[in-house]
Design a protein. Structure first.
Length: 537
């Protein structure tokens, strides 16, 4: 088990050391034949009670990219109190994930997303091109604390230590393999591995003689005084020559002093995943699982804006499908096949993810589905009737002529409210909206932090991350329609409100992470609320 710590769950910069920590644990699982890699998850030290599924999702998705596929959610068991919320904490840190969270009753879709994603990524074997030896002098989190290893984007890799390199790797059909079934095309040597013991150098020499491809810097010295230095120099020279160039040894090859981009190019090894970048801030990452009967790719948009790209996968002869972990649904996608790779159009929302799955065999090299088009048919304006969860200091109900951030209200009960606020409104639907084969979406615009939607008494589910929309096709009808939107925010504002001079206290907590002048969090239904008509996929 590893731990994925981050200063701020959600929209955060890469945490290189912790990414390496996670990937090392996943690499151990891959090399030794375990399909599960678990991690204590979302153990952050800032903004307690301040997160929602939407802000936690990017952190969880990064763990999935790192190879973690079982979440041990921090602090889920430590809450004995009933009727006192938000309650007790475990130390001064953590995402306190328990029944006293404001959105505990709405947590099912978020937990289902984690469960479905984890299950899919426990199937088959990890798809990797590279096994990466990081040396014997230090641990991964220290070596890669401030930067990632120099591995080109689009190639899957595992880390390996000296013991596994010596005892677990062999060569079959020109591939570096393990007894567990992993296959790698290249053994990469990190610059940190130049201080190399003789047993490791012997193991690398044996792999190369048997057909392995090795890339990296020539070892400079042996840190062990017990090793035979003459043998060390002999093997090092045989493999790496003067430290540069391409060296054939036995059936294998050593690319001495060359970076991995050069080596992959020399091997004509195209990226396992690639995409058409729209700008310098485009950042899409992937993880590949290989099945006996197909391939699974997890693709993640690691940016705060929509991405519409052409995504290319090193797979041919199989039909791609999109699998949505949020809903458990699948959908077809257009594709083109060329040079042994399949390209699809892919659109992902900010921090959005999707599984691209190749299972069904096909001889087609091109297939086009109907393009999805969308038209806004109306904007749902006020007034809105809003009722508030009792016992949290807010009035029982208010009328909002325009959608307003609760934290900017002149009413202190609304300003400092935390919990469930329920918006209701009657909307008149024109018969023109209802065209044959069309779908109608209720788009909530911006929501802080998640919403449950009901139309005409029919529950349409939750919107817990962007885009905050639900499919309302089955519930809307021409004429009058009653729309109900339950919105849940975080505990932060009520905790701050309870610290105001002379305030009535509505919360109980054994720590006080917020002061009276701490910044409030944006809360409520911010909109704009619109109804979108689209053609069926």
């Amino acid at each position: 088990m590893s731990a994925m710590w981050t200063q701020r769950p959600g929209v955060n910069k890469p945490q290189y050391g912790y990414n390496a920590d996670d990937r090392e644990s996943a690499s151990v699982a891959h090399i030794y034949g375990q399909n599960i890699a678990a991690a204590e998850s979302m153990t952050a030290a800032a903004a307690p009670w301040g997160w929602s599924p939407a802000t936690l999702k990017p952190t969880a998705d990064q763990e999935l990219l790192n190879g973690i596929n079982r979440f041990v959610i921090h602090e889920s068991a430590h809450q004995p109190l009933l009727g006192k919320a938000p309650g007790l904490t475990l130390g001064p840190f953590g995402q306190w994930f328990n029944r006293n969270e404001t959105w505990a009753e709405q947590a099912a879709p978020w937990v289902n997303y984690l469960a479905r994603s984890s299950y899919v990524l426990q199937q088959g074997h990890f798809g990797a091109d590279l096994v990466y030896f990081y040396g014997e002098d230090s641990n991964l989190t220290a070596i890669f604390q401030r930067s990632a290893p120099g591995i080109p984007a689009g190639y899957g890799f595992d880390y390996i230590n000296a013991d596994a390199l010596i005892h677990e790797l062999s060569v079959a059909n020109g591939q570096i393999v393990t007894k567990s079934g992993m296959q790698y095309k290249v053994l990469g040597l990190d610059p940190y591995s130049r201080h190399m013991s003789l047993p490791v150098l012997r193991a690398i020499h044996t792999l190369v003689e048997n057909g392995a491809v090795v890339a990296g810097s020539k070892p400079t010295d042996d840190p062990s005084l017990a090793d035979d230095q003459v043998e060390f120099e002999k093997l090092s020279s045989q493999l790496f020559g003067d430290g540069s160039g391409v060296h054939k040894v036995g059936r294998g090859t050593v690319y001495a002093g060359q970076n991995l981009s050069q080596v992959f190019s020399a091997l004509n090894l195209k990226p396992d995943f690639d995409y058409s970048k729209k700008g310098d801030d485009s950042d899409m990452e992937f993880l590949h699982r290989k099945l006996a009967s197909g391939d699974i790719y997890f693709v993640d948009n690691r940016s705060d804006h929509d991405e519409a790209v052409d995504a290319t996968f090193r797979v041919a002869g199989r039909v791609p499908e999109l699998w949505r972990a949020e809903t458990g649904t699948t959908e077809p996608v257009s594709f083109n096949v060329a040079d042994g790779r399949t390209t699809i159009p892919l659109r992902l929302e900010p921090w959005g993810t999707v599984f691209v799955v190749f299972l069904k065999s096909t001889s087609e090299t091109s297939h086009a589905n109907q393009k999805v088009t969308e038209t806004q048919v109306t904007t749902v304006n006020g007034p809105w009737n809003v009722t508030f969860q009792p016992g949290r200091g807010a009035p029982s109900s208010i009328t909002m002529n325009d959608l307003l951030d609760w934290s900017r209200s002149d009413d202190s009960g609304v300003k400092y409210f935390s919990g469930v606020g329920t918006y209701t409104k009657t909307v008149q639907a024109s018969p023109e909206w209802f065209r044959k084969g069309a779908r109608l979406w209720l788009d909530l615009g911006d929501v802080k932090n998640l919403a449950e939607v009901t139309v005409n008494g029919k529950e349409l589910g939750q919107a817990w991350h962007a885009p905050y929309r639900v499919d309302a096709t089955s519930a809307l009808k021409p004429g009058a329609n009653e729309i109900t939107i339950k919105v849940v925010n975080a505990w932060v504002n009520r905790l701050i409100g309870d610290e105001q001079p002379g305030a009535t206290r509505f919360t109980f907590a054994d720590v006080k992470p917020y002061k009276a002048n701490s910044p409030l969090l944006s809360s409520g239904l911010l909109g704009p609320v619109t109804i979108i008509r689209g053609n069926a996929k």
